[in-house]
Design a protein around this ligand. Structure first.
Ligand SMILES: Cc1cc2nc3c(=O)[nH]c(=O)nc-3n(C[C@H](O)[C@H](O)[C@H](O)COP(=O)(O)OP(=O)(O)OC[C@H]3O[C@@H](n4cnc5c(N)ncnc54)[C@H](O)[C@@H]3O)c2cc1C
Length: 387
């Protein structure tokens, strides 16, 4: 058997799982290369805890160099070009040949439309989350707005979790009656892909905590203290936390791997792209769900780490089987789960199958401290298992 080179692009949730599983299954005879422009991996599900001082940056990051102890070759560098015909990548001024390619480059956050002022924060990245935390700790009265800048965005629960945590934070400081909290989003309901039960339930919890939910608001522009929406309405703020619009990284657009959605289309069960020996997983993909809640309203698989993780396992197994001359018959079944932080050390939990017919089938469990603990254990397990 000739030695194969498998290149995994992106050392986030999908890339780490995929590279590790591949190396385990392929052994020393084959090369597994993991490439990321950053040396440190950040576990984003813990970012909201960092904002509220419950985690330090070093607790939610690990160096990807640690993976070299497992035999994975880690290269730090920005992938500048993917040459599909030549099966090669260019980075750091070098060309790297691959036999198999897995693209797990995630979503880029587009912040260029947000003025740089001490009132506006991108809480979806580590630096922005740190600054968000400082601004909240120094805030004593006024209006806080959370703005979802575009759809799709990763972790559809995060803006709502953030609102619940802000609410709890100011209640604990006896300042809640001096702080108003509003969420503006283009979505019709919170987490619409998760079905007709979760959205109304979250909306009810938001209302019960005087967090004002403003659905179907698309922002047009922002100045230092005001948001202008497409529906001609405006909103003033004292602090603004944004989920910036997401796009696929430039390198995959340049390689014509994206479709009209702006993301990479893949087979929903095998994660194969239309090119031979090339797969894409996680946030960078677009996957149409087979079922839907309303006619004429097709749904896409949400962007979340839980899916990137399961997809990575499927792709690693199938590539390893193919290299070993076996049938690559593992399939991604659309299953996933999500903890929803509600503040005060409690969380909700939802689990289901997004590929179910005639519509996704999602179950919700009663909120409680147990689910918050579940999320903490998941974080600990993540670092224990993969680093
Ligand atoms: C605040 C917050 C909370 C979240 N909470 C949850 C949660 O509770 N549960 C859940 O399931 N998901 C959650 N998510 C979403 C989850 O983090 C993502 O869905 C997941 O990380 C996607 O994994 P990925 O491998 O597709 O991409 P990523 O993890 O984003 O990894 C992509 C990697 O590619 C690298 N990269 C990009 N372009 C290049 C390039 N040109 N060259 C080299 N490297 C490049 C990046 O540096 C990055 O390391 C949360 C996200 C946020 C922001």
């Amino acid at each position: 058997m000739t030695a194969k080179t498998v290149a995994v692009l992106g050392g986030g949730i999908g890339g780490i799982v995929c590279a590790t599983e591949l190396k385990k299954k392929l052994g020393r005879e084959h090369r597994v290369i993991l490439i990321d422009k950053k040396e440190n991996h950040t576990f984003y599900p813990s970012l909201l805890w960092l904002i509220f001082g419950l985690r330090k940056p070093e607790q939610i990051q690990r160096s990807l160099k640690i993976l070299t102890q497992k035999g994975i070759e880690f290269i730090k560098g920005e992938v500048a070009e993917i040459s599909i015909d030549k099966k090669s990548l260019s980075l750091n001024g070098q060309d790297i040949h691959y036999d198999y390619l897995i693209i797990s480059l995630g979503a880029e956050l587009n912040t260029k439309e947000f003025p740089k002022t001490p009132k506006i924060f991108n809480f979806y990245c580590l630096e922005g989350a740190k600054l968000s935390g400082e601004s909240i700790r120094n805030f004593s009265h006024g209006k806080i707005i959370i703005l979802v800048g575009g759809i799709p965005f990763k972790c559809p629960a995060a803006p709502y979790e953030f609102a619940f945590l802000i609410d709890s934070f100011f209640k604990d400081k006896n300042l809640r009656n001096k702080v108003s909290i509003e969420i503006y989003t283009p979505e019709p309901l919170p987490m619409p892909t998760a079905g007709p039960l979760i959205g109304p339930m979250l909306r009810e919890i938001l209302e019960s905590r005087q967090i004002h939910f403003k659905p179907e608001y698309r922002f047009k522009s922002i100045d230092e203290g005001k948001i202008y929406f497409e529906n001609s309405k405006t909103a003033d703020f004292d602090l603004l936390f944004v989920v910036p619009p997401h796009t696929a990284p430039e390198v995959v657009k340049k390689a014509n791997l994206t479709n009209e959605s702006g993301w990479i289309p893949v087979d929903r069960e095998t994660l194969k792209t239309k090119f031979e020996d090339m797969y894409a997983i996680g946030d960078i993909t677009t996957i149409k769900l087979p079922g839907q809640y309303k006619p004429d309203k097709p749904l896409n698989l949400p962007k979340a780490g839980v899916f990137a993780h399961s997809q990575a396992e499927v792709v690693a197994e199938n590539i390893a089987r193919e290299i070993h001359g076996q049938k690559p018959d593992k399939r991604f079944s659309g299953g996933g789960s999500c903890f929803i932080e509600l503040g005060n050390n409690t969380a909700g939990f939802a689990r289901g199958n997004f590929y179910a017919l005639p519509q996704p089938h999602i179950s919700i469990y009663n909120p409680g401290k147990i689910w918050h603990l579940g999320k903490v254990i998941l974080e600990k397990w993540w670092f224990y298992k993969w680093f």
